[in-house]
Design a protein around this ligand. Structure first.
Ligand code: PLP
Length: 422
């Protein structure tokens, strides 16, 4: 009889993804009647745009299996979408559709036999993917002074020779909310080219650059950049499970390998979802106004929260995209140590207990456990109501009315921090 001893050593003892765990814990506390500020889970607060939801209704009858690589009309729309933004001629062959970009990233690490470089803080699943697959993963810890981003100099140090490697970059970043400037992207591209590095450029928050100014690394390193994106964040459709990869022509062998594994596992993404996604990628006025209103709301909420937290002595960079802040409590380390708190995870438990605020510890983002950092996702508001109400400027009174949980949660956190700082 088989027992737990027979489990693959790479998956033994693994819990659930920490973001899902926190979500469940907050739900359990709420069920007990405690007021909880769920800043742990990073889901878009906005509804799927009407035009896209209607396209899904219209396509409910689509019942046939689609090509493994994805619906050709959708691949064309995705190629146009990224090509338009980056000023590149991308083709339908370069695009692969998957059941969420997370699955495509896992397939990538499965198919590519190379060391994986991951700058931290990083999104929670890149490292587990490598660990499950037994890949060598090298963490590159960035610093707050670097805005938690990878510099070209650090990359050059970490890739001392031209052995092929895979670098995972994510910008605007989860958990840090910051992004790369054009100069920074150009410098990274130069090093990557010289060192033979393939870059998986996770741009799932690209459309949620707060000023609509996202630029992809693909502009400066077209031959080695795979753009990863999908509907989950900018189209409010995480549960639809649709992700996209755009490969350079030079990496068609890698795309083919991934399609081959896809054909033996999930086969293809749900047909109605793929048909509906065409309308999201085709753009148009309704999509533009949805996106521009979404950006204005999250930009205002993020900046307001960062300002308040900085004033209370919690170090945090003002966000440039997405809907996260990466908080650094090290400024109050002595007072925190006096409470017997030695890790970010214990700090988050204490905060939950004392303020009802749920944060995800820096440890979940591959930071050293003893570093007092944590991620705050400022998405605890009804995005549908906020979108309907957003007119002119998104000021403090708008935030108080439409994002009250964000405002109260930040108030509680800042009071806690101020009391600690004395
Ligand atoms: N990349 C980042 C940085 C994310 O935050 C997420 C989701 O939280 C994903 C990728 C995965 O997105 P999906 O699998 O829904 O496309």
């Amino acid at each position: 009889m088989m027992t737990m001893e027979n489990i693959n050593a790479n998956v033994a003892g693994r819990g659930k993804s920490p973001t899902l765990g926190t979500n469940e814990l907050s739900a359990a506390m709420e069920a007990e009647g405690r007021e909880v500020f769920r800043f742990g889970f990073g889901e878009s607060p906005f509804p799927v745009p009407d035009v896209v939801a209607e396209a899904l209704r219209q396509n409910a009858h689509q019942k046939s299996y689609l090509p493994v690589q994805g619906l050709p009309e959708l691949r064309e729309a995705v190629a146009q979408f990224h090509g338009r933004r980056e000023g590149l001629g991308l083709t339908v062959e370069q695009v692969m559709i998957g059941p969420g970009s997370k699955e495509l990233m896992f397939l990538l690490q499965l198919c590519l036999d190379a060391e994986v470089l991951v700058p931290t803080p990083c999104w929670v699943s890149y490292v587990p993917h490598g660990e499950i697959l037994g890949r060598p993963v090298r963490l590159i810890h960035t610093t707050s002074d670097e805005r938690w981003l990878l510099s070209a100099e650090r990359l050059a140090e970490e890739a001392p020779d031209a052995t092929p490697r895979l670098l995972i970059l994510n910008y605007p970043g989860n958990p840090q909310g910051t992004t790369y400037s054009q100069q920074e992207l150009e410098a990274l591209a130069d090093v990557a080219r010289e060192k033979n590095i393939i870059i998986m450029s996770d741009e799932i928050y690209g459309e949620l650059h707060h000023d609509g100014g996202h630029q992809s690394l693909v502009r400066y390193y077209p031959e080695g950049t795979i753009i990863s994106s999908g509907l989950s964040k900018w189209c409010g459709a995480g549960g639809w499970r649709l992700g996209t990869f755009v490969f350079p022509e030079e990496l068609s062998w890698l795309r083919e390998a991934m399609c081959s594994v896809a054909s033996e596992t999930y086969s293809t993404v749900s047909a109605p979802i793929q048909y509906a996604a065409v309308s999201a990628y085709s753009g148009g006025e309704e999509m533009e106004s949805y996106l521009s209103a979404s950006r204005r709301i999250i930009k205002a909420a993020g900046n307001w929260a960062a300002h308040r937290l900085n004033e209370a002595g919690v170090a945090v960079h003002h966000p440039e995209g997405a809907f996260y802040l990466f908080l650094d409590f090290s400024t109050m380390a002595p007072a925190i140590a006096q409470m017997g708190i030695e890790t970010s995870s214990v700090l988050c438990e204490k905060l939950l207990e004392e303020t009802g605020v749920v944060l995800l510890s820096g440890e979940a983002f591959s930071r050293p456990p003893e570093e007092l950092t944590a991620r705050l996702a400022y998405v605890t508001f009804d995005g549908g109501e906020a979108l309907k109400a957003v007119g002119g400027s998104v000021d403090d009174s708008f935030l108080g009315k439409y994002c009250p949980k964000v405002v109260e949660g930040i108030d509680r956190l800042t009071k806690w921090a101020e009391a600690l700082s004395g």
